[in-house]
Design a protein around this ligand. Structure first.
Ligand code: CA
Length: 369
């Protein structure tokens, strides 16, 4: 069996701003796989952990992703287990699955057991509405609807997490205006981004029920499980959360609090290996599983490979960045068609890297922390 011979943390800079944390693992025969970590503060902390773990990865069997995942998780657990460590392990695991697919000549969805569907409808995840007027919110949603023809829309308020209930009446007015724009029956979700008190959340949630919203996301602080419990108990609209959970224990606490839609993220929650464990937990609990995902290429495609294999993940997948921010690094970036993405049978993730473009966007190694 081939071993991993090289691991590269790749800090990418994008022309329109922002950065991404990619990882490349190369096997003895030169085949490589790509992964991605959560880009919080550019993902620099995760890439430093990848760098620190390199000696424990090089020389390991290229196909043994689950063993390597748990080996590294337990070895470095005091760096986490939440946050930057989980992101680092996610990037390594995604790269291992991409590598595995390339070595075996199969798409990841097939190696995971087969896809129930390879065409996946998506929802447009549209942020920034907290800072917009009602009219601006409607105009922005309309712009995305025309550009993408999504199967569903989520309006995010991107609240300042240090405030509470900044504009409840405005939030309600925007929820109503967007419902008027799209018409009755079109699926909508509302994401408070942790900006509400329990009482504020219940006020808004009652309006969302009246308006037929599909879910009410992160009404209160993600660490306030008792708050989730009170909101979930008071409302019929499903509460969604989990993008800020990294462990099975964290997800279980949300399920116990009555959260009905779990949204753990493949680039934060241990890649395919970690997120598959979360999927099993949600299946056992009978709650919905709609992975969070806001990175437009590696993270997005990896997440769809997993979702394609899950019988019970029936909501559209998240898509939040249709502006081609990372496209130049790939010859075949994901492209939405009629409200859906379609996975191919190409090996691994199925992404073709444009090596010169990657080099051009790479932060020089000397500047990586
Ligand atoms: Ca969210």
């Amino acid at each position: 069996m081939l071993n991993i011979t090289r691991i590269e943390p790749l800090l990418m800079h994008w022309p329109r701003g922002g950065s991404s944390a990619y990882v490349r693992l190369t096997a003895e025969d030169g085949t490589f796989g790509l992964g991605e970590a959560s880009p919080m503060y550019g993902g620099r902390a995760s890439l430093q952990i990848v760098r620190d773990l390199a000696g424990d990865i090089e020389g390991r069997p290229a196909l043994d992703s689950a063993v390597l995942h748990d080996t590294l998780f337990h070895k470095a657990i005091k760096l986490g287990p939440d946050g930057a460590l989980a992101g680092a392990l996610a990037a390594i695991d995604i790269a291992m699955w991409d590598l595995k697919g390339r070595l075996l000549g199969q798409p990841i969805h097939r190696l995971l057991g087969g896809a129930w569907r390879t065409t996946l409808p998506f929802y447009a995840s549209i942020g920034g509405h907290g800072a917009r007027s009602v009219d601006q919110t409607v105009a922005e949603v309309e712009r995305w609807m025309k550009k993408l023809e999504p199967a569903m829309v989520k309006i995010r308020f991107d609240a300042d997490k240090t405030t509470r209930d900044a504009d409840i009446e405005g939030d309600i007015a925007k929820a109503r205006a967007v419902r008027r724009l799209v018409g009755d029956g079109f699926p909508l979700a509302f994401d408070a981004n942790n900006g509400l008190s329990v009482q504020g959340a219940i006020r808004i949630g009652r309006v969302l029920e009246e308006l037929g919203y599909v879910w009410f996301e992160e009404p209160v602080q993600h660490y306030h499980k008792a708050g989730f419990e009170k909101v979930a108990a008071a409302l019929d609209v499903p509460i969604a959360a989990g993008e800020q959970e990294y462990t099975l224990g964290g997800v279980q606490a949300l399920i116990d609090a009555g959260v009905g839609i779990i949204q753990a993220d493949i680039i934060k929650t241990g890649g395919f290996t970690g997120l598959n464990h979360v999927a099993s937990l949600t299946r056992a609990a009978g709650v919905d599983f709609v992975p969070h995902q806001t990175q437009p290429v590696i993270g997005h495609v990896a997440s769809m490979h997993l979702v394609a294999t899950l019988l019970h993940s029936h909501h559209p997948v998240e898509y939040s960045d249709p502006w081609g921010r990372q496209d130049e690094v790939f010859n075949n970036p994901p492209s939405p068609r009629s409200g859906a993405f379609t996975l191919t049978d190409a090996p691994g993730l199925g992404l073709e890297l444009n090596e010169p473009a990657l080099t051009a966007r790479l932060e020089p190694a000397a500047q990586v922390p």
